[in-house]
Design a protein around this ligand. Structure first.
Ligand SMILES: [Zn+2]
Ligand SMILES: [Zn+2]
Length: 293
């Protein structure tokens, strides 16, 4: 068992497995906060671990994919520190009529065996898709998804509802009106009903909103790596799962609202319960299953 107290990362290079320009937002927080130099694991195909656009299904959940990606980057560069990020997009967990993105960022130290991960729920995302004809007026939708500063992906629509791109073109990184017009025409021609499935390109280099979320997450992970566990001294002390059950202000019944934050250490299992940062001790009766069933 390696003693992790005082484990130090200062001055070491850390490999970053990315083909999507994430070093633009990750290099600075890691240098300023931890004196680590980010080295891009270039030429390494992170798509082997699955892609957003679904040509290759992801073999594992996002957190596990992220860890494997960091390790693959370390294998590639021969470094013993690794970093990788991963995102997933869909319905917001608390407000399913909204879309949200979850970003993960994982730091792996092969010397000590430490794995420190941090995640971020990004309420602001342009994640969306739409089935269109080349003649449709798309201006409102394009404005909403941030085109052309945010890229798009086009593929032929399939009337059976499938999205797999086994047949026909899959055009990614569409970033100009001219490219969009050409992609619409090519995909409509290849589709069985003349329609095109357009979706937001969520790869970081095509998506400034996502890149901004990854930057925020980088600061969070750096802070966590720099925080030692009060019990064992290992790096990575930080917020874990929240505890639900904030009592209703009227009847005192537990609700689904957060009651407390639990901070924890992955190494020794030490846990500390802290009150909500906003100081709220009671939930709105509107969130209560008894008062507002
Ligand atoms: Zn600990
Ligand atoms: Zn109540």
């Amino acid at each position: 068992m390696v003693c992790l107290a005082g484990a130090t990362f200062r001055g070491r290079p850390v490999s970053l497995a990315t083909r999507h320009g994430k070093e633009r937002v990750l290099a600075r927080p890691f240098r300023r906060g931890l004196d680590l130099t980010v080295v891009v694991a270039s030429g390494f195909d992170t798509d082997l671990l699955g892609t957003f656009s679904g040509e290759r299904p992801r073999p594992a959940d996002a957190l596990e994919t992220c860890r494997r990606k960091a390790q693959a980057g370390m294998d590639h560069t021969g470094l013993d520190l690794g970093l990788a990020s991963e995102g997933s997009f869909g319905a917001h967990p608390a407000f399913p009529w909204l879309t949200a993105g979850t970003e993960w960022l994982t730091f792996v130290d092969r010397r000590s065996g430490l794995v420190i991960a941090e995640s971020l729920l990004a309420a602001r995302t342009n994640f969306d898709h739409r089935v269109v004809s080349p003649d449709d007026d798309l201006q409102d939708w394009l404005r909403r998804v941030g085109f052309p500063s945010h890229g798009l992906i086009a593929r032929p629509h399939r009337s059976d509802g499938g999205t797999a791109a086994a047949d026909g073109p899959l055009i990614k990184g569409i970033g100009t009106p001219g490219q969009l017009a050409e992609a619409l025409w090519r995909c409509a021609e290849a589709s069985d009903d003349g329609q095109v499935r357009l979706e937001t390109d969520m790869r970081a280099h095509c998506n400034p909103t996502r890149l901004a979320s990854i930057r925020t997450l980088a600061f969070r992970l750096v802070r966590r790596i720099a925080s030692p566990c009060p019990a064992c001294g290992a790096p990575g002390w930080g917020l874990g799962e929240g505890l639900v059950g904030l009592p209703c202000a009227w009847c005192g019944q537990p609700t689904q609202r957060l009651r407390a934050e639990v901070w924890g250490c992955e190494v020794c299992g030490h846990r500390e319960e802290k009150p909500r940062r906003d100081g709220r001790g009671a939930a709105d009766p509107g969130d209560c299953p008894r008062c507002n069933p």
